[in-house]
Design a protein around this ligand. Structure first.
Ligand code: ZN
Length: 364
């Protein structure tokens, strides 16, 4: 048997550990990019459509925007779905049956598989001729689909995320969200509570609202729930806890976004699904900016209801109206609670480090 010279044996045996060491060093220098929860805030011109792409690969779409003649809004949703690499929508929440939320549900079901709908039930309290079309088109799809009417406290089982329903079909959560920071304790912002007269569009009252948690990151989205209902969720005790991001209730109009909710939620970032002339009111601006520890408001549109001073700087505006429509805000969230927001109109990004002292302790 041929024997290798001794120096060659030493040489090859050394090669492996040296190569392994180099590789280890290399991977230390360039850590694998952590998978993020990506949230796409789509421009639906004052409606709502928010896509959650979980690190697990599963997806959740909160509302479907308005059906427009040219299909621009559904195309925007499909573009985000494509960018996220999603083949099917695992869960779609239709928060309620106003046209700016249910509008493209039927068309989306034509374009890709939808595994599971969640909504407030196969009825609507509003069937005026000008409001029934979107609901009726969805009803046809809903009859053939898997659809669940959740109760407050139920989970939407998106793999990798904790999604809890806190309002549905006029019912509200009555006990604190489990293991949520700041949940279940008296809310000092209830000093600012005041009732408002219920507006004459009772569908909003039925809205499915959710709390999304990914690791230490917490996100609040109550769709179009009403002012008085918001206050019941956080007064006298805050049942929802504190948040990193508040998605404005009812587009940043004066019908919702009450001080006890917004200030009790203590989100450092707010995202407003307003339109050029819908939402983004002076009062909503003031209430949001009065949040303790508040950092930034991002808006889908420049609000033409107020002056420039009461709009965010241009980098924080997805669409400037005269020149732009359809641009998306994209948030990439890491499990330590840090996140990055990107304005897809101009590529501007801002990093938000993990909140200090965030703890997943329950106050129950
Ligand atoms: Zn709406």
């Amino acid at each position: 048997m041929h024997k290798k010279p001794l120096f060659l044996l030493i040489g090859t045996s050394l090669l492996v550990p040296v190569a392994a060491l180099l590789l280890a060093q290399d991977s230390r220098q360039k850590p694998q990019a952590q998978k993020t929860l990506d949230i796409y805030f789509l421009d639906t011109e004052g409606g709502q459509s928010t896509l959650f792409a979980s690190p697990s690969g599963e997806s959740l779409l909160m509302d479907t925007g308005t059906k427009d003649g040219a299909g621009q809004q559904v195309d925007r949703i499909m573009a985000a779905i494509k960018e996220a690499g999603i083949q099917q929508l695992d869960y779609v929440i239709v928060s309620h049956y106003h046209g700016d939320h249910v509008g493209n549900a039927a068309e989306l079901a034509n374009r890709l598989p939808i595994r599971h709908f969640f909504d407030h039930g196969p009825f609507t309290v509003e069937l005026q001729p000008n409001r029934a079309a979107a609901f009726n088109s969805y009803l046809t799809v809903r009859e053939r689909a898997r659809a669940t009417v959740p109760k407050p406290g139920d989970k939407i089982p998106v793999a990798g995320l904790d999604v809890e329903v806190v309002s549905s079909a006029g019912q509200l959560l009555t006990s604190p969200v489990a293991a949520a920071p700041g949940a279940g304790v008296p809310n000092p912002a209830c000093r600012e509570a005041s009732d408002k007269v219920q507006d004459p569009t009772p569908e909003n009252y039925e809205s499915v609202g959710i709390v999304v948690q990914y690791g230490r990151f917490r996100f609040l989205d109550l769709a179009d729930l009403t002012w008085n209902q918001e206050e019941k969720l956080v007064c006298p005790n805050n049942l929802l806890g504190t948040f990193d991001v508040y998605h404005t209730t009812r587009h940043g109009t004066d019908w919702a976004g009450s001080p006890p909710l917004v200030h009790g939620a203590r989100a450092r970032v707010a995202v407003m699904n307003n339109g050029a002339k819908k939402g983004g009111t002076l009062d909503s601006w003031r209430i949001i900016h009065g949040t303790p520890g508040f950092e930034d408001l991002w808006q889908e549109h420049y609000s033409e209801l107020v002056d420039k001073e009461h709009n965010p700087p241009e980098n924080f505006l997805a669409n400037l109206n005269e020149t732009d429509h359809g641009y998306t805000l994209k948030m990439s969230v890491r499990s330590d609670g840090s996140f990055t927001m990107k304005n897809e109109r101009n590529g501007f990004t801002k990093d938000y480090p993990a909140a200090k002292g965030a703890a997943l302790t329950s106050n129950r």
